[in-house]
Design a protein around this ligand. Structure first.
Ligand code: PEP
Ligand code: MN
Length: 299
């Protein structure tokens, strides 16, 4: 029986246009309230997984500011695996984040999980986070693209680099150049860590794209005690910044307490990150200009 000639291989994905390195060889710097993300300075985003109460958020916000953070993180809308887990304080959580920004001067990054919430979240956030579970939620990518606000796009837990860059391409294709990439670990066969932090992604994303790349070693490992070592490794690999979870009392956290760092460990980590940054010809970015930020309030 004659063997049929196989058809020629057809590349089904068009080339990247806006995200590819050659579109902006000098690299993109995303500036948030005076803080450059993607420049020489390495930046640190830190805070609780979820906003739980005014006192929890303010205690942690003051602690991460004192420990050297540049941006405050905190989830108001939490995309939890179980519908019975804490889902976030929603609008009240956004209000508490804005109050923490007013007091500390730290810009805020918070997750948006649904295009229907975009307007509400965008009224408070300095950076819109798109989480791993939503990396290919195309209507959401369209809306954050149209918003024009800086977007922190986390890598999908099973997404290839190609799929990830195409998700960033969606955001940019709706007119938003302010995209920050975030490697947060991928799902592998290894169960001893929550995810496998793919530090290969850092030089590969920088090679293929001009967008800033940060790393989340908290979700990438699932163990607070591992976070400082992977944070140092991420910066050594060229990451433009870090995203880490910190809680003043991890044992009482309503989500992700197991990988939340204590404030003292966070401060020790940023000191080490400053040293690693210097060793590779960078610096830890200077602290946000608190006076100017407070003056602007939550405009
Ligand atoms: C988070 O940052 O709190 C989070 C839910 O992360 P991820 O989307 O990476 O799981
Ligand atoms: Mn979390």
């Amino acid at each position: 029986m004659a063997v049929a000639t196989p058809p020629p291989v057809i590349r089904d994905l068009p080339e990247l246009r806006l995200t590819q390195r050659s579109a902006k060889p000098e690299g993109t710097i995303v500036t948030v309230r005076g803080i450059d993300i993607g420049g020489t300075g390495v930046i640190v985003m830190a805070g609780p997984c979820a906003v739980e109460s005014a006192s929890q958020l303010m205690t942690t916000a003051r602690a991460v500011k004192a420990g050297g953070a540049h941006v405050l993180r905190g989830g108001a809308f939490k995309p939890r695996t179980s519908p019975y887990s804490f889902q976030g304080l929603r609008h009240e959580g956004l209000r508490l984040l804005a109050a923490a920004r007013d007091e500390t001067g730290l810009p805020i990054v918070t997750e948006v999980i649904d295009p229907r919430h975009l307007e509400m979240v965008a009224a408070y956030a300095d950076i819109l986070q798109v989480g791993s579970r939503n990396m290919q939620n195309l209507p959401l990518l369209e809306e954050v693209g149209r918003s024009g606000l800086p977007v922190l796009l986390k890598r999908g837990m099973s997404a290839t680099i190609e799929e990830y860059l195409n998700a960033a391409e969606y955001v940019m294709s709706y007119g938003n150049p302010n995209v920050i990439l975030c490697e947060r670990g991928i799902r592998t066969f290894e169960p001893s860590t929550r995810n496998t932090l793919d530090l290969n992604a850092v030089p590969m994303l920088h090679h293929r794209s001009h967008l800033p790349v940060i790393v989340d070693p908290s979700h990438g490992t699932g163990h607070a005690w591992m976070v400082p070592r992977l944070a140092a490794a991420a910066v050594a690999a060229g990451a433009d910044g870090l995203l880490v979870e910190v809680h003043h009392d991890p044992g009482s956290a309503l989500s992700d307490g197991v990988h939340a760092m204590l404030p003292a460990d966070f401060a020790a980590m940023t000191a080490q990150i400053a040293a690693v940054s210097l060793a590779i010809g960078r610096t830890l970015a200077s602290a946000p200009d608190t006076a100017a930020a407070v003056h602007r309030g939550s405009e």
